[in-house]
Structures are given as C-alpha cells and as structure tokens.
Design a protein around this ligand. Structure first.
Ligand SMILES: Nc1ncnc2c1ncn2[C@@H]1O[C@H](COP(=O)(O)OP(=O)(O)OP(=O)(O)O)[C@@H](O)[C@H]1O
Length: 215
C-alpha cells in the first residue's frame, strides 16, 4: 500500500503573541491531496496557524516544512506561488478586476494566460466583461470570487483558506465551495478554516483545534 505523503509538516511549533501562547509544541501533517477542514473555538489559533503555514508569521520555535524543505529557506515568491493564502475579506489591487489577474503573472515574470482567466471566471459564474469592471463596484461575493480566481491563476499546489465563505450569500457560497471541490478533484491540497456548520458537517477530513493543539 502506498504511504500517504505529507505536503506540509509542522514540527514542535511554539507561537506566542504579546505574552499569550497561541500554539505550543504543536505538530501537524497535511497530506498531499487532502481536503482538510479546521474547526474550533474562537481564539484557538486557527487563523494564526494558517498565517504561519502561509509564511506571514514566523514561529518562535519549531519548523514548517513544505515538500521536504523548511519554508524559511524557500524564496518567498516561489513559495507564494505554490502555497496560496485566501482570506475572508480579500484585498483587491489596482482599479479593475483585470489588474488583479495580471498582477500574479507580472510578479512571476510570466505571460498573461487569458484562456485560464476566462475559464476561471466562468467557473465562478462571473461574465467575461467583469475583467473591465471597477473593483469598487463589486459586491462582497463578487470580490471573494475575483480573489479566488486571482489565487488560482498560477495553479498553486496548496490552498490555505481562512473563512472564505463567511458573510457570503448562499449562491456565492455554493459557487466558491463548488470551485474548491473541483480544485480538490484536480489534485490540489486544501486546508480550510471555517465556522460554518454545513461545511463542518460535510467535511472530508475534520480537525478540531483546541487551545494550543489539535483534538
Ligand atoms: N496580533 C495579535 N495581538 C494580540 N493577540 C493576538 C494577535 N493575533 C492573535 N492574537 C490572539 O491569539 C489567539 C488566536 O487568534 P486566532 O485569530 O488565530 O484565533 P482563531 O481560532 O482564528 O479565532 P476566530 O475563530 O475568532 O477567528 C487569540 O486569543 C487572539 O486574541
């Protein structure tokens, strides 16, 4: 039988903020191809854990290893291309929706792939004309869908998702969940933090984070 292969491994991690220990001696493995849902009480450290995995925070002790390499030794642009971090209220850049889609290609010195943009826009049920729409004219659900398209353009291996359906209407929420299911089927590894009871009930693989550790 083939052994499950870890894509991210967290070893003996401590993280403290302003004398408050958020994570202590924390260990976790994310298996390649998994769709992991992380639930747990408010303040248990779910968002902190995702930010650590995304490389936005540094642990006080311990390591986070991605595909066998400590993430602190990974060039940050390359890491962000592989491990994409998506949040509840994403920041959009520039003036138009298209500005947000060209940006990932520019920072990675790649030609803009218009076919992929069109494909993903259709997948989140936004019309092609939306590329020219001003970001200030988008609804919350549309902003979230634009941000997800932006995060998926360069085919990251891992999606770290922090409450990405929170505050969305049912239709936008379903579109986002359907897109995530497709990306999972296509082989991506998903790590999703949520409070949504439906999502927790339907989780493929659920982990509860309690203060400082998993249960
Ligand atoms: N910058 C900070 N300054 C002070 N305390 C912080 C900071 N960041 C996180 N914390 C504290 O660390 C703990 C974990 O926060 P975190 O946001 O990771 O929890 P969470 O499980 O995601 O909570 P929620 O479900 O409410 O979003 C909380 O007690 C929080 O108050």
């Amino acid at each position: 039988m083939k052994m499950a292969e870890a894509i991210i491994t967290i070893n003996d991690l401590d993280y403290t903020v302003k004398d408050h220990t958020v994570l202590q001696d924390f260990n976790m493995q994310v298996i390649k191809g998994d769709y992991l849902t992380i639930a747990g009480p408010s303040g248990s450290g779910k968002s902190t854990l995702l930010k650590l995995m995304a490389g936005f925070l540094s642990p006080d002790r311990g390591t986070i290893v991605y595909q066998g390499q400590d993430i602190t030794t990974y060039p940050i642009t390359a890491y962000r291309q592989q491990v994409s971090y998506c949040i509840q209220q994403p920041l959009l850049f520039g003036t138009t929706v298209m500005d947000n889609f060209t940006f990932p290609y520019q920072i990675n010195n790649q030609a803009v792939d218009h076919d992929r943009i069109q494909h993903l826009l259709a997948a989140v049920d936004l019309p092609q004309e939306y590329t020219q729409k001003k970001i200030t004219e988008l609804s919350g659900g549309e902003r979230q869908r634009v941000a997800l398209v932006r995060n998926l353009l360069l085919e990251p291996q891992v999606l770290l998702l922090d409450e990405v359906t929170a505050g969305l209407d049912e239709r936008s929420k379903q579109i986002v969940l359907d897109l995530l299911a497709v990306e999972h089927q296509r082989g991506k590894t998903l790590v999703k933090v949520t409070h949504d009871t439906d999502e927790i009930h339907m989780a493929h693989h659920l982990v509860h984070l309690e203060k400082g550790g998993v249960s």
